[in-house]
Write a protein that binds this ligand. Structure first.
Ligand code: 2AM
Ligand code: CA
Ligand code: CA
Ligand code: CA
Length: 262
């Protein structure tokens, strides 16, 4: 069943309230209540009990408002859809778990809705500042109640490029090339926080290899605001796998493609 734009606005506000509630609980979580585990035997790849409980809570709440929901989420063994047909929801229950545990700042909770593959609604809750970035192409993009301005088309040398630090120091080629071409670069450790910088026009691009739940919400909002969301070779994004993507102004995207080719 298709949702009208009134219904999409209602869904937008409902999920926004959920994220405010989960954010309040995350801010109230004490160190002694946190259990930190490792994934895939990698001491940098961590998960906490809050990742797990946030995800379970969101899955239940999404199913309660959308009987047709297919869900793609980071933690656990949820059955993944095989195609993007129908309503596909994405959940990153804590994005930037390492920041959450060690910095108590710069982490996010992210949810997105795609309908028949179309980026439809996205939510990024920047928990410590109580800001929720939300909306989509039908209803516009907002930070809390404030409508976000469309992007100014700045180039690489006119602003900041955000990159994946892990890949930059690993020497993966286009990361260093792009970072050194930019006015300056930043490494933030959270896809959601990186997107939020773009939405406030504190950066002109974000280049990283992203899992579906890292990309889904940010892509909806970025495209709504006029950012390009593409791979450097122009190949299409597959929301059911990882993608190396540049999210950037048109000018920064064009310059980056050229620099990487040369
Ligand atoms: P996460 O905290 O939800 O796992 C992009 O840099 C994203 O990669 C981050 O938002 C982070 O999301 C994830 N990430 C960071 N370090 C990682 C690691 N060692 N292994 C897998 N994912 C990681
Ligand atoms: Ca993780
Ligand atoms: Ca993530
Ligand atoms: Ca996560």
């Amino acid at each position: 069943t298709e949702w009208t734009s009134d219904q999409l606005s209602q869904v937008d506000q409902t999920v926004r309230r959920w994220l405010v509630e989960l954010g309040r609980e995350a801010r109230g979580t004490k160190d002694q209540d946190l259990q930190v585990g490792q994934k895939e035997g990698d001491f940098r790849n961590i998960v906490t009990n809050l990742d797990t409980t946030n995800q379970a809570w969101l899955v239940d709440h999404i199913r309660s408002i959308d009987l047709d929901a297919h869900i793609v989420a980071e933690e656990g063994d949820l059955q993944r859809p095989e195609t993007m047909a129908g309503h596909v929801w994405f959940i990153d229950p804590i994005d930037g778990t390492l920041n959450f545990v060690h910095e108590k700042t710069d982490f996010a909770i992210m949810v997105a809705l795609y309908v028949d593959g179309k980026p439809t609604l996205g939510w990024i809750a920047k928990v410590m500042t109580n800001q929720v970035f939300h909306g989509g192409p039908e209803i516009g993009a907002f930070m809390n109640d404030q409508k976000l301005a469309p992007v100014a088309d700045l180039g690489l040398t006119e602003s900041i490029l955000i990159v994946s630090g892990r890949r930059l120091i690993a020497g993966e080629k286009p990361y260093a090339t792009l970072a050194s071409a930019a006015l300056a670069y930043r490494v933030l450790g959270s896809a959601g926080i990186s997107f939020s910088r773009l939405f406030l026009q504190q950066a002109t691009g974000y280049f990283s290899k992203l899992s579906p739940w890292d990309l889904a919400a940010g892509r909806v909002l970025a495209e709504t605001l006029g950012y390009v969301v593409k791979s450097l070779d122009g190949s299409p994004i597959n929301m059911l796998s990882s993608n190396t993507v540049l999210i950037a102004t048109t000018k920064t995207y064009r310059e980056s493609v050229k620099i990487v080719k040369d």
